[in-house]
Design a protein around this ligand. Sequence first.
Ligand SMILES: Nc1ncnc2c1ncn2[C@@H]1O[C@H](COP(=O)(O)OP(=O)(O)OP(=O)(O)O)[C@@H](O)[C@H]1O
Ligand SMILES: [Mg+2]
Length: 255
Amino acid sequence: MGALDAGPGRTVLIGRRDECRLLRELLDAVRADDSRSLNLLGERGMGKTALLEYAAGAARDVRVERTSGVESEMGLAFATLHQLCAQMLDRVERLPEPQGRALATAFGLISGSARDHFLVGLAVLGLLAETAADRPLLCVIDDVQWIDEASAHTLAFVARRVSAEPLGFLFAARQLRAELHGLPTLRLGGLDDHARASAAAVGRRQPAGRGGARSGDRRDAREPLVVAGSAGRRGHDGARGTARGRGGAPADRSH
Ligand SMILES: Nc1ncnc2c1ncn2[C@@H]1O[C@H](COP(=O)(O)OP(=O)(O)OP(=O)(O)O)[C@@H](O)[C@H]1O
Ligand SMILES: [Mg+2]
């Protein structure tokens, strides 16, 4: 069976062994001041959010800040970024004044209409790096296909510029966002039959198989994402891809 041990006392994800290993490696790199980004791509129901949940669960000592795109908010500039930074805004005053002002303006904390996106990008970079200096930080951004354009540009800017910091970015999207082009990418294939059978056997809703999401599937993408029990069992799984680390060409092993 393709169950994967998610750690003591934790629930278990079926299959995806290689993907989970990659996520643990990303976390290890972040802990070691080696900034990393990964862009998970996959059709609806392929298990992207499940893998983000896995990463968040495996983070332990790494602080996790999360946000996700919301289709109805795509037209609201900086909406997704605001959600990501919400718990860190007390640090804005530590930024260089022009950056702090640009960010505060973008988030509507002070008045002003001119939005200098470059300064906002620098401000977010500073804010995240400053936060990560206290404790390694993983930014998890789901449903990237729905994040507003200003947030997408800013997050891509920041993800490209971080280097030797305990800071990581994990994106998940149904399709590649142009802004994120060039970041290390992992394209998810469907779970294989063994892993799907495992999921069925433990009575949870199943992720899409090789053929992708089924039309008419009314599954709630935000329901609990992992399968309880079966910790430590080993066997065949549906993991297919790997991604190269930072600085390498995007690893896109689509099948
Ligand atoms: N490896 C897995 N083992 C067991 N269940 C899984 C696995 N991957 C996904 N699932 C389950 O399959 C369903 C779809 O997964 P998920 O919501 O993660 O897909 P998604 O790729 O995020 O889809 P969307 O594009 O709609 O957001 C969920 O019920 C999830 O719990
Ligand atoms: Mg999802």
